[in-house]
Design a binder for this molecule. Structure first.
Ligand code: IPE
Ligand code: IPE
Ligand code: MG
Length: 248
């Protein structure tokens, strides 16, 4: 489509490079319908895949979605178990389709700990299958916590310093980035949170230092590509200054 510069009111030459989403409100969506919370998680699948379609449509190169936080282990055991099985099944049933669309699927988070071995296997298989794709990198933040990520990085920096592989005097922002879970991932330009909550909930703490924040009342299971487009259009109206001043 040569010469197309705008689609859905979005300027295609100014698409954010990376959109991070907190997929929140599944429980409330279900409760409002008299359903079990877990049915809200199930309904979130369609929201996610429609949003991925939207991302592909506008040529968004990076999208990162918060699927399970290190704090979500505090939920009732049956909900935690549901989420583990649900994510495993989602990988199994959807990975070929994602692969066919040129999506590179990746994970960020603590791989060990309480994540069941079979889920870990599925994660690794999916990453391997899609590793060569470049159209869209879809990262699942899974068993992810921003503080856990920083703690894990600091521990490895300390280990490398103790082993004299790095010089403590040379620890700077660039080096810290190399010790994060996904050093090659560009910082999100835009962070979207659904369900009317105005908080970060331990998401990508280092990475969102200069992200534009967008909050919507829409509950995640109702979210569709048009809602992503709304967020991107809003983003395109923002004036990002990164601490400097605009020279006109
Ligand atoms: C987000 O929906 C999904 C996960 C945290 C896994 P919630 O389950 O947090 O839904 P609410 O916030 O209780 O409505
Ligand atoms: C953040 O949502 C985590 C995910 C969306 C996976 P939560 O629902 O867990 O966050 P809080 O508890 O409202 O802060
Ligand atoms: Mg929630």
């Amino acid at each position: 489509m040569h010469g197309v510069t705008e689609r859905h009111g979005i300027e295609l030459n100014r698409i954010p490079n990376h959109v991070a989403i907190v997929m929140d409100g599944n429980g409330r969506w279900a409760q409002r319908r008299g359903l079990k919370r877990t049915e809200g998680h199930a309904a979130g699948e369609e929201a996610l895949f429609d949003t991925v379609e939207g991302a592909l449509e506008i040529g968004l190169p990076w999208m990162t979605v918060y699927a399970f936080s290190t704090e979500n282990w505090r939920r009732p055991l049956d909900e935690v178990r549901f989420l583990m099985n649900f994510n495993e099944r989602l990988l199994l049933t959807r990975r070929d389709e994602l692969h066919g669309k040129g999506v590179r699927v990746r994970f960020m988070g603590r791989r060990g700990g309480r994540v069941p071995a079979r889920v870990r296997r599925r994660i690794e298989e999916t990453e391997e299958l899609t590793a060569g794709n470049r159209r869209l990198t879809l990262t699942f933040a899974f068993n992810y916590g921003g503080r856990a990520e920083l703690a894990d990085g600091v521990r490895r920096i300390a280990e490398d310093a103790a082993a004299r592989r790095i010089d403590p005097a040379k620890v700077d922002e660039k080096m810290i980035r190399r010790y994060l879970y996904r050093p090659d991932m560009p910082d999100p330009d835009l962070m979207v949170r659904t369900s009317g909550e105005f908080r970060i909930s331990n998401y990508l703490l280092w990475e969102i230092a200069y992200s534009e924040l967008y909050f919507t009342e829409v509950l995640w299971p109702d979210f569709r590509r048009e809602d992503l487009f709304d967020a991107v259009r809003d983003f395109q109206k923002r004036d990002r200054r990164f601490g400097t001043i605009d020279e006109r």
